[in-house]
Design a protein around this ligand. Structure first.
Ligand SMILES: *[C@@H]1O[C@H](CO)[C@@H](O)[C@H](O)[C@H]1NC(C)=O
Ligand SMILES: *[C@@H]1O[C@H](CO)[C@@H](O)[C@H](O)[C@H]1NC(C)=O
Ligand SMILES: *[C@@H]1O[C@H](CO)[C@@H](O)[C@H](O)[C@H]1NC(C)=O
Ligand SMILES: *[C@@H]1O[C@H](CO)[C@@H](O)[C@H](O)[C@H]1NC(C)=O
Ligand SMILES: *[C@@H]1O[C@H](CO)[C@@H](O)[C@H](O)[C@H]1NC(C)=O
Ligand SMILES: *[C@@H]1O[C@H](CO)[C@@H](O)[C@H](O)[C@H]1NC(C)=O
Ligand SMILES: *[C@@H]1O[C@H](CO)[C@@H](O)[C@H](O)[C@H]1NC(C)=O
Ligand SMILES: *[C@@H]1O[C@H](CO)[C@@H](O)[C@H](O)[C@H]1NC(C)=O
Length: 340
């Protein structure tokens, strides 16, 4: 009798432990139902030839254990999705906009396609979005301006199109904008004047036209300024680095920029890459260039430039790895001045 009673108490205790842990799991699950449903919708929209997602994203375990998913410690809600380089394809379903704790979304280098659903505008905590190297299409969504936490945006190397004119004006907190290798058109009017945090602005290999707004040369945090391979025109400001003190890379090759290379380029004291080839610059290569000791790459070829490389140039430019001047006039002079 005594022994039976003891066993009964033991069973009761076990029962209590079991139910309380079940109730914790239920609470977690309730919190996570929205996230679970959103990720199940995502799973259903993913084409996954290696079946990694199909087998790993199993409802027998918490979404927090799923491959590519990170939950925040406090609420056990989905905080990050990283499915980069997974060899998967598919679309982004509107349910992803329900992941209200999402901070990072990275699907870089896969085969995703289609338009981005406007429901993503509800991701108010989203700081980082990287869609680079997929086949997404459509215009740069205007609702991106509603993502007030956003700091990093890369839509590089997709099939986005449409005019960029007026589309970037609300990105006031962005630090990185990468839109290169798409089909964006239009000019950039004056919209960049209020992007005080911007360090990387990369819109290479698109179809932008017209002159760059001079306000662009006033973005004092800018380090990478990359517009190579568009149809941009106009002149460079005389004191290009006065208001770009942090500039490390100026990529403007393969456009229609004209006029002289301003001698003020010598004020760009941290410049590492100066890429101005394949434009219609003319005149003398400013001597100040040869004092930019931080330069690692200098591309001036295929313009209408003349000039000499001073004897001391390569003593000064001890970091220089690439010097590209593929233009008969300049090359001849260069060779002469280097070897005499
Ligand atoms: C569920 O969510 C609420 C509010 O977001 C939070 O206070 C609570 O700690 C969460 N519970 C669990 C078990 O994660
Ligand atoms: C899913 O992948 C994660 C990370 O690789 C792993 O920890 C987990 O055990 C996997 N789950 C299943 C059900 O395969
Ligand atoms: C999630 O998103 C879908 C589509 O945007 C919506 O229909 C649904 O009501 C949302 N809410 C929950 C709790 O899943
Ligand atoms: C920018 O924000 C304003 C005010 O919130 C809004 O009216 C406008 O439509 C936004 N523009 C874009 C391009 O998102
Ligand atoms: C820029 O494009 C807009 C819209 O297409 C146009 O109205 C404006 O005149 C253009 N500005 C310049 C400087 O080309
Ligand atoms: C310039 O961009 C076009 C597409 O807009 C691309 O086909 C071409 O290869 C690019 N050229 C260079 C030199 O990057
Ligand atoms: C650039 O900034 C300087 C100093 O703040 C200011 O005087 C100038 O008007 C600005 N130029 C443009 C085009 O915004
Ligand atoms: C380059 O730097 C040297 C040494 O600092 C200086 O004497 C010279 O005037 C400079 N040349 C130019 C063109 O700025």
């Amino acid at each position: 009798m005594q022994r039976t009673y003891f066993l009964f108490v033991g069973a009761l205790a076990l029962h209590f432990i079991a139910t309380s842990s079940v109730s914790i799991i239920v609470a977690n699950n309730q919190n996570n139902t929205v996230d679970l449903n959103a990720l199940l919708a995502f799973k259903a929209a993913i084409f996954d030839p290696q079946r990694t997602i199909q087998t790993n994203w199993s409802t027998s375990t918490s979404v927090c254990n799923w491959i590519g998913i990170t939950c925040n410690a406090r609420h056990h809600r989905v905080a990050a999705i990283d499915l980069s380089y997974m060899g998967i394809a598919g679309t982004i379903p509107p349910q992803l906009g329900n992941l209200s704790f999402l901070v990072r979304l990275n699907v870089m280098n896969n085969g995703f396609h289609g338009h981005l659903p406007a429901e993503l505008s509800r991701l108010r905590r989203l700081k980082y979005i990287n869609l680079e190297g997929n086949n997404f299409e459509g215009e740069l969504p205007s609702w991106l301006g509603a993502l007030t936490a956003l700091r990093y945006l890369s839509f590089r190397d997709n099939g986005f199109s449409g005019s960029l004119s007026g589309r970037l004006s609300n990105f006031t907190k962005l630090e990185t904008i990468r839109l290169g290798f798409n089909f964006f058109t239009g000019n950039l009017s004056e919209e960049f004047s209020a992007l005080p945090k911007l360090t990387v602005l990369e819109i290479q290999s698109n179809q932008l036209a017209g002159p760059l707004p001079w306000a662009l040369f006033n973005l004092s945090s800018l380090q990478i300024f990359a517009f190579a391979n568009n149809s941009l025109s106009g002149y460079l400001p005389a004191h290009i680095c006065n208001y770009l003190p942090q500039l490390k890379g100026l990529y403007l090759s393969w456009n229609y920029f004209e006029g002289e290379i301003p001698s003020g380029i010598g004020e760009c004291s941290g410049l590492q890459v100066l890429s101005l080839s394949y434009n219609i610059f003319r005149g003398y290569i400013p001597r100040e260039i040869w004092n930019l000791t931080t330069l690692t790459g200098l591309y001036l070829g295929d313009n209408d430039l003349t000039g000499e490389i001073p004897k001391k140039a390569f003593d000064n430019l001890y970091n220089l790895e690439i010097l590209a001047m593929e233009s008969a006039n300049v090359t001849a002079r260069c060779i002469r001045s280097v070897f005499t």
